[in-house]
Ligand binder design. Structure first.
Ligand code: 0WD
Ligand code: CA
Length: 381
């Protein structure tokens, strides 16, 4: 190809061009030293209320309240009479995070000014934590592919996920059982979260999935400066607990583990996703409610993120944190090398399906454009 230098993209590139056309996801290519991952720093937060209104504060942050080791919590309660579900057909893309950036750009710029020109954010990537989680788990994922749209604007690369055709079909055809099990996770949150430091959880209230508290963190992976946001379930009540994100607690529910095979599957598949999601923003622990087939939590267990890699070491051919982080780092390098043109109307769509390489296509003024006019206008002023 024209302008093709004899430089091979490291390590999984498929061509000898300086702009590779694809990126391999083979695990072996990413088994090297753990890359630099700076301690994530919370630079701000925001809340979404029961009507999904945005507030640049922590009003939706809740406090963890220990339910005891075997509490018998009925997760089915309230599904039909006290449940308000967020409209999942509304695609919010990066909008809430962009709104936070606009309201905090002076603070952001002063943080990063020393290393970046004026009128820029001083970070390489802006995205949701959930998108990075998908990148971390890609070398081990065999079921679901992804589509990540990327635009360069003001020197920063914005990454926003697009729903795949398969994911849309799955979402529109969920069984009643699956819908109910999705509710169980939110119901568990309600049983163990209090609205204030001095109050107790109210299991009789309404579960409303519009409500969210999100942390905004900054960190660096190898030479990529990242700014991302992730939803946080609750925080430690103790006033002596460390500052955010170290005081945050992630909540999960999972089927109770009864056999060695179930334990092995839990370690191999579920703990990978749990680890990746909480490691990224520096959330140190997960509280898991293990439930029976009827949706009753029969035991509660804490997992410390820093101990998970020890826990899985006895599994044969198990996932490795270094592979996850190196793949993510190389993907971000790949994106930097591909997305050179600074234009918010131009979208580079990176696509991946299990057992395939990552590829991309380019789209101008298409359905994939995701940076809103209000953001572009305000940033340019
Ligand atoms: O694709 C996404 N992840 C999008 C997320 C697209 C557009 C918006 N959002 C935003 C929302 O503002 C939400 O508050 O996602 C925020 C959460 O983002 P995240 O932390 O980056 O996502 P992720 O780590 O995948 O999920 C964290 C929690 C989930 O908890 P569990 O324990 O199941 O992992 O956020 C919830 C869910 O409770 N969640 C979502 N909430 C709103 N919209 C979404 C979503 N699309 N996906 C997961
Ligand atoms: Ca959770």
């Amino acid at each position: 190809a024209e302008g093709c230098a004899s430089k091979r993209f490291r390590p999984g590139g498929q061509t000898f061009c300086s702009v590779p056309q694809s990126l391999s996801t083979r695990r072996q290519l990413y088994e090297r030293d753990f890359p630099v991952y700076k301690q994530p720093v919370e630079v701000g937060c925001f809340s979404l209320d029961s009507e999904r209104n945005f507030f640049s504060d922590s009003r939706q942050l809740r406090y963890y309240s220990d339910p005891g080791k075997s509490p018998k919590l009925n997760l089915r309660d309230g599904h039909h009479d006290r449940f308000i579900k967020r409209d999942e057909s509304v695609k919010e893309r990066l909008d809430h995070l962009l709104r936070w950036i606009l309201e905090n750009r002076v603070k952001l710029h002063s943080r990063n000014a020393a290393t970046s020109p004026p009128c820029t954010l001083g970070v390489d990537f802006v995205t949701w934590r959930g998108h990075l989680t998908k990148l971390l788990t890609t070398p081990y994922e065999t079921q679901e592919g992804w589509l990540l749209a990327v635009s360069r604007f003001g020197g920063t690369l914005y990454i926003s996920e697009m729903e795949t055709e398969a994911a849309r079909v799955n979402r529109e055809n969920r069984t009643e059982r699956h819908e109910e099990m999705m509710y169980w996770g939110y119901k568990f949150e309600q049983y163990v979260c209090a609205d204030d430091v001095h109050s107790v959880p109210d299991g009789c209230g309404v579960v409303n999935t519009n409500e969210a508290f999100c942390t905004v963190v900054q960190t660096r992976l190898a030479d990529h400066k990242l700014l991302f946001s992730g939803e946080v379930d609750c925080r430690d009540k103790d006033p002596k607990s460390p500052p955010a994100p170290a005081c945050y607690v992630e909540l999960k529910t999972s089927a109770e583990i009864c056999t060695p095979k179930q334990r092995s599957n839990f370690h191999r598949y579920k703990l990978l996703k749990w680890w990746a999601q909480s490691f990224l923003p520096g959330v140190p622990r997960i509280v898991a409610g293990f439930r029976d087939h009827d949706g009753v939590v029969v035991s509660v267990e804490t997992f410390h993120i820093s101990k998970i890699s020890q826990l899985i070491k006895n599994e044969y051919n198990c996932w490795k944190p270094t592979v996850c982080m190196n793949f993510c780092s190389d993907f971000l390098s790949f994106v930097k090398s591909v997305v050179k043109e600074d234009d918010p109307r131009l979208v580079y769509l990176f696509a991946w399906e299990p057992h395939r390489d990552v590829t991309f296509s380019v789209h101008k003024d298409s359905e994939y454009t995701f940076l809103p006019d209000w953001y572009i206008k305000e940033m340019a002023s």
